[in-house]
Design a protein around this ligand. Structure first.
Ligand SMILES: C[S@@+](CC[C@H](N)C(=O)[O-])C[C@H]1O[C@@H](n2cnc3c(N)ncnc32)[C@H](O)[C@@H]1O
Length: 278
């Protein structure tokens, strides 16, 4: 079966970003990982719970920084990403860090992951998805079914993501007071197809595979996707911080997060735990 255009375009775009991100100390600093002291963000840890001894499936793992961090903290971690250069970089980092026996990395589209040999159904204690992942996927109901497929009964999805209400805005349509302006309709549900040469981790980078297809999923599509896949939402939090400067006006908090200037405004992020009933 031929691949859809969104998949071909997005994968080419992400393939090209891998070497740029590997070299970016600002967004993807690997020094703590190399020192053996890497930790996930507190928001991620709150929904994951203790990871020691847990079998964790990390979907859209990029070049594996968080997957390797999980392994460094005692988990048996499997990272899945559709970008072959990202997975090759993750494997080479795993070798360098001596984490090959605690990790597995797989090249696969999220929606095809259930067809990968050795990725057994109901075999993971946790599925972990975080920060800038869902906007690359066209269908939340299908994604939630993949998550449910891989969870053991009693296991849970730990999700930490940018808030859909924030994706409505963009700094490219800034208002006079410096706040981001309106960008996309919350309930639009059409893919947002853009051509951009720039990369968020390196302002000097110029991409050749510029076209991307992204989606703004209303919160209800994410939550009901999970509920309809048979999962139970046990935790749900909205946050006024996010781990990257999503808008020009956001200010660093000093602990690798960014928040609105002045009083909290709309939520920037959300996190949840969704459990597969035992
Ligand atoms: C912003 S990154 C997510 C960062 C990630 N949370 C991490 O641990 O670094 C988005 C990732 O999603 C991957 N991706 C996008 N669409 C995908 C798909 N359909 N299947 C698998 N991976 C995908 C990209 O290759 C990229 O690595």
């Amino acid at each position: 079966m031929s691949e859809p255009e969104w998949l071909i375009r997005n994968r080419a775009n992400w393939d090209e970003r891998v070497p740029i991100h590997l070299a970016s100390r600002a967004m993807y600093d690997q020094s703590r990982l190399r020192a053996g002291t890497a930790r996930l963000r507190p928001i991620d840890m709150a929904v994951l719970g203790p990871v020691e001894g847990q079998k964790i499936l990390h979907l859209q793992c990029h070049f594996g920084m968080d997957t390797l961090t999980l392994a460094q903290n005692g988990a048996l971690a499997t990272g899945v990403d559709f970008s072959a250069p990202a997975i090759a970089a993750a494997e080479s980092l795993a070798d360098e860090l001596g984490l090959r026996d605690k990790t597995r990395f797989v090249v696969s589209d999220v929606y095809q992951a259930a067809t990968v040999a050795g990725l057994a159904p109901a075999s993971f204690d946790r599925v972990f998805v975080s920060w800038g992942a869902l906007c690359w996927l066209p269908d939340m109901a299908g994604w939630a079914k993949v998550v449910a497929h891989f969870l053991k009964p009693g296991g849970w999805l730990a999700l930490a993501e940018a808030h859909p209400a924030a994706y409505v805005f963009d700094s490219r349509t800034k208002t006079q007071d410096g706040m981001p302006g309106w960008f996309a309709p919350y309930l639009g549900r059409e893919p947002m197809i853009e051509d951009r040469e720039d990369d968020y981790a390196d302002a000097s980078a110029r991409l050749k595979a510029t076209r991307t297809h992204e989606w703004l999923h209303p919160l209800s599509d994410i939550l009901m996707g999970l509920v309809n896949a048979g999962l139970r939402i046990d935790q749900f939090h909205e946050h006024d911080v996010i781990p990257w400067p999503m808008f020009d006006c956001l200010q660093p908090t000093g602990d690798a997060l960014y928040r609105w200037p002045g009083k909290p405004w709309l939520p920037l992020a959300f996190s949840l735990r969704a459990t597969k009933p035992a």
